[in-house]
Design a protein around this ligand. Structure first.
Ligand code: DC
Length: 221
């Protein structure tokens, strides 16, 4: 059984997907982590952003991006370097949408993401997991939340628990810019799949949003 969770930046997809997978005894696949890892690895390899459009599969292979199982879920590697922390940095946040809009990058990842579903039940999250990668998923969820709430959660994740108005506004602007690029791109844009269940998490606690998805999944099982 495949459960997909898509939605805009900062809507809580990955943390929800991880908790839902744990609750159901499914594996979790965070597709955004691969786009982030490719972005970080390309920057580290000194491949300028202007050249990302022309990356081919050999160049992407050469970055040696890989997910390996760790004690608390998957860790992302570039070669033998564990890059799980730096792929969440502001530097990567600001550039990952530019990597994700390159059709060759999406094609390269498609096979890897589908292969990950071959060995069993899966909860996976991203932008196009329900619309493109797993169109036959048993349950598709689309998470939305008010931009200010998303910005507040994103800042809290990075330890800013009481942001000022200016800091919050700047984070809202960054999230909306990323949503704009992800929604307007030609290749597999962020869309709400017609058969998805939409959950607005603005007023929900984390526990409540996890419980809703778990309940939906159990009903569809
Ligand atoms: O979910 P996230 O913030 O980790 O995603 C990082 C970026 O990767 C996001 O800006 C869009 C892209 N992405 C995508 O295009 N398709 C996916 N299935 C997952 C992520």
């Amino acid at each position: 059984m495949i459960v997909t969770i898509d939605g805009p930046a900062g809507s809580g997809k990955s943390s929800t997907a991880r908790a839902v997978a744990q609750r159901l005894g499914f594996r979790h696949l965070d597709s955004g982590a691969f786009y982030r890892a490719l972005t970080y690895a390309a920057l580290q390899a000194g491949i300028a952003e202007e050249r990302w459009e022309s990356l081919d599969s050999a160049a992407l292979d050469a970055l040696r991006v890989q997910a390996r199982p760790g004690a608390e879920g998957w860790r992302m590697f570039a070669g033998d370097n564990d890059i799980s922390e730096p792929i969440r940095s502001p530097q990567v946040n600001a550039r990952v949408s530019h990597m994700a809009r390159v059709p060759a990058v999406r094609g390269w990842l498609m096979g890897r993401l589908r292969a990950a579903a071959a060995d069993g039940d899966l909860v996976t999250d991203g932008r196009d997991m329900g619309s493109v990668v797993f169109p036959d998923a048993r349950l598709k969820v689309y998470l939305v939340a008010d931009p200010r709430e998303r910005a507040r959660r994103r800042l809290a994740e990075h330890g800013h628990l009481a942001p000022g108005e200016a800091e919050l506004a700047a984070e809202v602007a960054r999230l909306l810019e990323r949503d704009r690029i992800d929604s307007e791109r030609a290749a597999a844009p962020l869309v709400q799949p017609a058969d998805a269940v939409v959950i607005d998490t603005t007023g929900l606690s984390f526990e409540e949003q996890v419980a809703r998805v778990v309940e939906l999944a159990q009903r569809r099982r």
